[in-house]
Design a protein around this ligand. Structure first.
Ligand code: SF4
Ligand code: SF4
Length: 459
């Protein structure tokens, strides 16, 4: 860390810049793999096509979400709500089980920071070189390295903003529009906005987002218990810490296994010392495990002075995988997943809405009887044209006074006025009636909508 810029009497102290040291090891490889897979999915996602259309497209103006073969309409947003609830419960479940795995490997802040740090390290060098470069005067070496880093950061940030907007606007059209400066002002604004957010968060804010902005960091501690997997320094084994020669016997010197090299602190992206115990700033990235393992290897000590473990295990107590909170979370998750899958599978391919004409209670249609008017709206969710038959029931002698066959274009909404008549002798007082919309070619597909039929008041 560089020295802070605080002077006695000042009310504000700026954050020290953190220069995380590069670390190699199994968890670093895992983190890099997660970065490639997640960023790969994100950047490739909008370019995939399905049935001749962008595979994943959240078309907000059209109010339709295309997710591979599935089209979600505003009426289907209950699935989205279910999905969000499931994600929230999964986060609680995995946090109770395995601590901050999400933060360490999958959180966008971690993933993009990893990518930005990788660019920084490739251009400016490792920790010592970066510190030296920052403190050096503006020579040509510093100018070209800093400029190249900024150029690559801006490029990646801009492409990230473009990709993000590409999930909401057809990505190929957006690419052409941006290249020809003809994009809609809102599209251009969101590309710049998300690009700027990526640049700021992953380039500069980094650990400060985790420490001061992320709400999850604040409440995740409440989801922990003594059987939650955490990254811990084994104090019993490591203390008393102290330097020693390689090959010397620590017991002779009355020392533990920690050689106090502080490499675990130097690799930490949030700049904390894990040897001080579990801290909310720890994002569980496991960099300190890799770092300490490499030190232990060099000293010929067993690995795992810093390791994934649980509070109970450290205290030599029994570990419980099944405990009330993990059981409750998993039951909720299974129930929600079952509800969601069955709701999606059983989702009707057509929706019908009937709205009663509010301008007139009823109309006397002479010998035809009493007439009520409605507006019928049919939503064909399928990607092929469908033919529907409309019928009505619920009162003696009830008939449709308007057309009863409709053709609806694929994935579109069809609106038509309909009128219903009931003979005078059965219309008095009115009643609840049912409109039945049936797919002509597939009678299993039918929806029934209720509405009220109004007639003259019966005496
Ligand atoms: S890396 Fe390991 S040995 Fe070195 S200071 Fe940290 S805990 Fe101690
Ligand atoms: S203490 Fe270790 S696991 Fe926690 S953030 Fe620092 S390096 Fe990562």
């Amino acid at each position: 860390m560089s020295s802070g810029t605080y002077e006695y009497g000042q009310l504000y102290r700026s954050e020290d810049k953190i220069y995380p040291r590069e670390v190699k090891g199994r968890f670093a490889r895992l983190r890099r793999l997660a970065m490639f897979v997640l960023l790969g999915l994100f950047y490739v996602g909008p370019w995939l096509t399905w049935d001749g259309r962008q595979a994943v497209l959240f078309d907000l103006p059209e109010r339709k979400f295309y997710i591979f073969g599935m089209t979600l309409w505003p009426q289907d947003f209950v699935y989205l709500a279910l999905l969000l609830i499931m994600l929230a419960v999964s986060l609680s479940f995995f946090t109770a089980l395995a601590g901050r795995l999400w933060c360490g490997y999958a959180c966008p802040q971690t993933v993009w920071t990893e990518a930005f740090t990788w660019i920084e390290r490739s251009v400016e060098g490792d920790r010592a070189k970066r510190i030296k470069l920052d403190n050096a005067p503006w020579t040509w070496n510093k100018i070209w390295r800093k400029s190249l880093k900024q150029f690559l950061w801006i490029l990646l940030a801009a492409y990230t903003g473009f990709t993000f907007v590409g999930y909401f606007v057809d990505v190929r059209t957006l690419a052409v529009q941006l290249a020809t400066f003809s994009a809609h002002p809102w599209s251009a604004f969101w590309v710049l906005f998300y690009g700027f957010a990526t640049y700021g968060n992953a380039g500069y804010m980094r650990e400060q987002v985790c420490k001061y902005m992320c709400p999850y960091a604040r409440f995740q501690g409440a989801m922990f218990d003594k059987d939650t997997l955490i990254i811990t320094y084994d104090e019993e084994r490591g203390e008393p810490r102290g330097p020693r020669r390689r090959g010397s016997d620590p017991k002779e010197k009355g020392l533990g296994d920690c050689i106090d090299c502080t490499i675990c602190v130097q690799v930490c992206p949030t700049g904390i010392d894990i040897r001080k115990g579990l801290q909310y700033e720890c994002i569980a990235c496991a960099a300190c495990i890799d770092a300490c393992d490499s030190v232990m290897d060099k000293m010929n000590y067993p690995r795992g002075l810093i390791r994934y473990t649980t509070e109970h295990a450290i205290q030599h107590k029994r570990y419980h995988l099944l405990r009330p909170r993990t059981i409750v979370y998993s039951l909720i998750l299974v129930t929600l997943a079952t509800a969601m899958v069955s709701a999606i599978v059983l989702r009707p391919p057509v929706i019908a809405d009937v709205i009663r004409d509010r301008n007139a209670l009823y109309r006397d249609a002479g010998s035809a009887g009493i007439e009520n008017s409605y507006t019928l709206r049919i939503v064909n969710k399928q990607n092929i044209e469908r033919h529907y038959r409309l019928s009505v029931r619920g009162l003696e002698g009830i008939t449709l006074a308007t057309a009863d066959r409709f053709t609806v274009e694929p994935e579109s909404v069809f609106t038509v006025p309909v009128a219903v008549t009931v003979p005078h002798e059965f219309a008095a007082g009115g009643n609840i009636i049912e409109f039945v919309v049936e797919d002509v070619d597939d009678p299993d597909v039918r929806v029934v909508e209720e509405s009220r039929f109004r007639g003259p008041v019966a005496y």
